[in-house]
Each structure stands twice: as C-alpha cells, then as structure tokens.
Design a protein around this ligand. Structure first.
Ligand code: MRU
Length: 368
C-alpha cells in the first residue's frame, strides 16, 4: 500500500540482493522507519520484539530468516537450528510454523550448494502468495460489504468495527481484515471504520488508524470497551477482524479482546466476520480454547505506554504503580458459534468443520 504516495510492501530484499528490509512498526504512527536485517538472529529479534507482527507477516519474515541463514551455512543442522530459533519467537500465530515447515520441505531434498538460492526464491513466493491470498479475501469480503451498503440510504456509510491491526502492516500487502475495506473504498462504497485502540500495545491506535488515514478511509478511534455500547445503539453494521490461528472447526484465535467483541456482536445481532488466509488454519487443532497456546508477554507492555510528548519526542510513561503485578495475555479464542463467517481467499466459509472442509477439501481429509 502507499506511504506518502510511494508503494511499499512490509518486507523486501534490499538492493544488495541478500539482506532483508522491513518496516519497523515500533515507531509508527509517528516515525516511518525501515530497518535492514542481516542475520537469522536479527530476524528472530524483529519477530519476538514486534518490529514486525501480524500472523502472515511473521510467517514471511521467518521465511527470509531461513534464507539469511542458508546463505551462511546451508547444512541440515543449520536448517534445523534456524527452524528452532525462529519457531521459538512467538507461539500463537500458526503462520510462523507453516512458513518454517514449508521452507524446510522445499530445502531439505536439495543439495547444500543450491539451498540459499532456493530459500530466497521460496521466501519471495510466499510473500507474493500472501498478497494474492489477501486480494482474494478482499474480493470475497467486498461482496458482504456491498450487500450491507445496498440496504443503506445513498451516501450513508457502512460502519465496520475492527480490532487490533489485521491491515497491510500485518501482512505483506492489503491486509486480511482490511482488504475488503480497501477494495470497498476503491469501489466507491462509503465506509466508516471504528478502530479499537487494542491495549496493551495499541496496534489499533498506532497502526490501523495510521493505515486508514494513509488511504483516506474515514475512521474513528475508540477505546477497547466502547464496542458493545456502539453495537447496542445500531452504530456498527459488521465486525471484521483477523486471526492468528483458526482451528479446523472454526474457532478463531486473535488479539486479546476479540472474544468480547464477538459476544457483544452476538447479543446485538451484528454480523461478526474473520478475514482468514488459508495458511492461518491449523488443521491439527479442533478445540481452540483448550489447544491453542496463548502467548504471555512482558508486564511492561501493560504498565508502560508509548507515545509522543509535546516536544515531539517518542517515549514511554508508566501508568500503574511500580509494584502492581500485571498479566499480559496477548490472544484469546472466539468460539466458532459466535462467528458469522470466515472470509477466505476461496470464498466465505461457515465457521464449522463442515464449512471449512467444503472450501478446503484437500486439507480437511474430505477430498474425493
Ligand atoms: C492479519 S493479522 C491477524 C492477527 O495477526 C492480528 O489481528 C493480531 O492479532 C496481531 O497480533 P500481534 O500481537 O500484533 O502480532
């Protein structure tokens, strides 16, 4: 997507032909910084410390981490060590394991001398595939927005609530939850987005609000607890969120607080959709609440808040007493029963084993 009129993806190979450039998301919305990463350990740090984040982008970044490692040492031991190092960075987003498994599947059978080149090639393909998956989600989600828009008075916007950042910054381009929003905007459908701030790291306030502003999408930033109130007052037509891992029966793991939005949506008859690229489906898991590992992050993310002060300096301030213990559960699971539909690149699936199997028969073991 565009930043100050120039097209960017979130990750690309530097012009030296081997190091990896990323948009360093820690500084947004105030500073747009690009960071060059040259080692697998640098990539691991970028993922763990959330210079890059969002399930699909974590996967693509890890794939480039493997490529950087293969350039230095392409032995089997080195490939396995890179897999382990990168896999240990963040536990919840399944795209990480998907991309690492995919890299190992492609590289393992090759002679060591061919692995580095093949690794860069496959990482670039995974990045390109991500863009196509998101375009597919966008096209399918656009039809839902079009249907809602058709029931509105002329010029009246479709009000969409989103949580966290499942935008282009969470992917290589377009985003998952945001792809339908961008396509609807391009199609001239009036849209207004309620952006949950998404404590503790404020991905909504820092990233989604920045994206919406950058693409001219009318939006309003709200505190995380406002959504239920807006829904009770008929101010939300639909919710669209992303996901870090969706089970084979349609339970959706996403940023902490998503579950509460889904409960409020159900209680108020507001359709609740999830933008879902197929690499985010974990076909091995059936019960999301019991089986998906939920990342617990540093207490500092809860007690300290980043912002820009009146002198234009970006800094952290403490908002709770020094001695107060904090819990920082990064994700929650929304049970399939609360979800109206899963917007995938192949179409819209019911959030159920049957719904997903119908769209992905080859993965669900239901292929003829
Ligand atoms: C397309 S991104 C979907 C999710 O990855 C997104 O909503 C989210 O929860 C991201 O979490 P984060 O902790 O910022 O990596």
């Amino acid at each position: 997507m565009k930043v100050s009129g120039r097209h960017y993806r979130t990750i690309w190979v530097n012009e030296d032909g081997w190091s990896v450039d990323i948009i360093d998301q820690r500084w947004l919305p105030h500073d747009f910084r690009v960071e060059t990463v040259r080692t697998v350990d640098g990539i691991a740090t970028a993922i763990r410390d959330m210079w890059v984040r969002g399930a699909p982008l974590i996967g693509v970044t890890a794939a480039y981490g493997v490529a950087l490692r293969m350039r230095e040492d392409a032995s089997d031991a080195s490939l396995d060590a890179a897999w382990e190092t990168l896999h240990a960075t963040r536990p919840t987003a399944i795209n990480l394991r998907w991309a690492l498994d995919e890299m190992r599947r492609v590289l393992r059978p090759l002679p060591v001398s061919e692995r580095a080149k093949a690794a860069y090639r496959r990482a670039a393909e995974i990045a390109d595939e991500d863009v196509e998956l998101n375009r597919g989600i966008g096209r399918n989600g656009l039809e839902i927005i079009r249907t809602i828009a058709a029931k509105k008075k002329p010029g009246e916007p479709v009000n969409i609530l989103t949580h966290c950042n499942a935008g282009w910054l969470a992917t290589v381009d377009y985003g998952t939850a945001t792809a339908p929003i961008y396509l609807a905007t391009e199609a001239g459908i009036p849209i207004h987005v309620y952006v949950d701030e998404t404590r503790p790291r404020n991905q909504g306030a820092h990233l989604t609000a920045w994206e919406m502003a950058g693409h001219g999408v009318p939006h309003t930033l709200i505190v995380d607890n406002a959504g239920g109130h807006l829904m009770q007052h008929g101010m939300v037509d639909m919710v669209i969120v992303g996901t870090d891992r969706t089970t084979a029966n349609g339970d959706v793991c996403n940023k902490i607080g998503t579950y509460l939005k889904a409960l409020a949506a159900k209680d108020n008859g507001v359709p609740f959709y999830v933008g879902l690229p197929s690499p985010t489906i974990d076909w091995t898991v059936r019960d999301g609440v019991k089986e998906i590992p939920i990342e617990e992050r540093s207490a500092d993310e809860v007690s300290l808040v980043w912002g820009r002060d009146e002198d234009g300096k970006t800094r952290q301030v403490r908002i709770s007493p020094e001695a107060t213990p904090c819990g920082n559960y990064a994700f929650d699971v929304t049970p399939a029963r609360l979800i109206t539909g899963l917007i995938t690149e192949r179409g819209i699936a019911d959030a159920s084993a049957e719904g997903l199997a119908r769209l992905f028969p080859e993965r669900s073991g239901m292929a003829a």
